[in-house]
Design a protein around this ligand. Structure first.
Ligand code: UD1
Ligand code: CA
Length: 461
């Protein structure tokens, strides 16, 4: 039987007090909606529809290939949203899975189980529920026989109904044959004046059809309607992901202070100290040590490297390399194996060859630094002339003396030296020493002369 999924994501999310659509808010590196799409990705589905409305254009931009957006032009309630989502789809013989776009902790296995329960029970609908109290979720009302009769929203419930602990998760499976007619019968006669999808359940049950339920862990139903709830969800997601990394052989001194994005990859044996943020497509190889205090975005870190107190963006760190403390790798920084970038060093669009070192206080931009080269403290590539950027090439094993200004474009040959404090404006031949500075002069007995001047002043002469 064909199965389609409809994700309801048209709501404004007014409680976020934000211009961005609620479901585009970031949770561990992914928009809220992506978490739901990821959860259903392994399930064989014939069609996946996302109902868009508020911020539709922005939401459509993040939809994976194959996911169909359908517009709900006015947000008149969840029942109205599902109606929009089904436009143009053949309902007869179809199974329809409905999910909210704002429930990032839903597990794919739970959704699969809900589909299986539905299939086996030949019910008209099957609802995912949980035991939570108190909550703002709709309450599941059952008759004496224990059959689900209807769902009541908090704002429409009387005190007895509010006391019910079993709540509606907002995830449903419907048999398409009966769904269209029930959606047509919805009215807006309720406290919010909306077409409630929950009323479809009451209509089906009222017509004598069987409605099943699957009870799940309430944590999975953590919804995001406000920044408070987003923070709670982020905490839960982080805990769940970090637990998984621990079980894969990653060491964390304090898992509550490690922030790993959903698309990040870690290898066994990685060791992570507190306040490490790994984002985007960052990947870390075996036995590398990160932190304390690292921010890495879209950066590849090799095997057995050490990175601490540093910021890395769009960069690559080779095996056995050392970064920090207090290094900043801007996009295009490539550190080959066993190279070292030390304290207060900034790089941009720069390759550091195998075993090369820039240990302290330097800026290397648009540079290619050969294997085994050493760049002394205070050295800078003057890569920008106020109009264009220029390239610097430093040969293998070259020794750049402290405080060298490398005025690009310039090439330092293999095995060449530059004298400390030199402003290098011309290429340096391989093996040569280039020194550019004034002769040192000496004024003898200077201290005595200063002393004499001081005394003279004191006497008021
Ligand atoms: C809904 C349920 C409630 C359940 C809760 C679980 C109804 C009437 N109530 O309440 O019983 O406990 O979910 O989370 O269904 N949406 C649209 N178009 C609309 C309205 C909503 O696409 O016109 C989308 C929202 O973007 C959201 C989802 O539907 O992703 C749920 O809507 P929301 O307003 O958050 O419903 P709840 O009040 O949470
Ligand atoms: Ca909600």
């Amino acid at each position: 039987m064909a199965v389609m999924a409809v994700v309801l994501a048209a709501g404004a999310g007014t409680r976020m007090k934000s211009n961005a659509p609620k479901i585009l808010h970031d949770l561990a590196g992914l928009p809220l909606l992506q978490w739901v799409l990821d959860a259903i990705a392994p399930i064989p589905l014939d069609e996946v529809v996302v109902v868009v409305g508020h911020g539709a254009e922005e939401v459509e931009k993040i939809l994976p290939v194959g996911v169909v957006p359908r517009l709900q032009d006015q947000q008149l309630g969840t029942g109205h949203a599902l109606r929009a989502g089904l436009t143009g789809s053949q309902l007869a013989g179809q199974t329809v899975l409905v999910l909210p776009g704002d429930m990032p902790l839903l597990a794919g296995s739970t959704i699969s189980e809900l589909l299986a329960v539905h299939r086996e029970s030949s019910a008209a609908a099957t609802v995912l529920t949980a035991e939570i109290q108190p909550s703002d979720f709709g309450r599941i009302l059952r008759n004496k026989a224990g059959d689900l009769v209807r769902i009541v929203e908090v704002r429409d419930a009387d005190p007895d109904e509010l006391a019910v602990r079993e709540v509606n998760g907002g995830v449903y499976v419907f048999s398409g044959d009966l769904l269209g007619k029930a959606l047509d019968e919805l009215t807006t006669e309720n406290a919010q004046g909306e077409y409630y999808l929950t009323d479809v359940i009451g209509l089906l049950a009222g017509a004598g059809h069987k409605v099943g339920t699957l009870v799940t862990d309430p944590v999975e139903l953590t919804g995001v309607n406000s920044h408070q709830q987003l923070a709670v969800a982020a905490h839960l997601v982080r805990r769940r992901m970090n637990e998984e990394w621990l079980s894969e052989g990653v060491w964390m001194q304090d898992p509550d202070r490690v922030y790993i994005g959903a698309r990040v990859r870690l290898s066994p044996g990685v060791r992570i100290y507190p306040d490490v943020h790994l984002e985007g497509t960052t990947a870390v190889g075996e036995d590398s040590i990160l932190g304390p205090d690292v921010y890495a975005l879209d950066t590849r870190i090799g095997v057995g490297s050490r990175v601490w107190y540093s910021v890395l963006r769009g960069s690559s760190v080779g095996d056995g390399a050392e970064v920090g403390p207090y290094a900043s790798l801007r996009p295009g920084s490539v550190l080959e194996a066993r190279s070292k970038l030390g304290t207060f060093v900034e790089t941009k669009n720069t390759r550091l060859g195998e075993g090369a070192k820039v240990p302290h206080l330097a800026y290397m931009g648009d540079a290619d630094i050969g294997a085994g080269a050493n760049v002394g403290a205070g050295s800078i590539t003057c890569n920008y002339d106020g109009v264009s950027k220029h390239h610097t090439k430093i040969g293998a094993r070259a020794f750049i003396g402290s405080d060298t200004m490398l005025v690009a474009p310039v090439t330092i040959g293999d095995d060449a030296f530059t004298g400390a404090g030199s402003v290098i404006t011309r290429d340096v031949s391989p093996g040569a020493l280039a020194v550019e500075r004034n002769e040192q002069k000496e004024i003898r007995d200077y201290a005595a002369r200063v002393e004499a001047r001081k005394k003279k002043k004191q006497k008021g002469e």
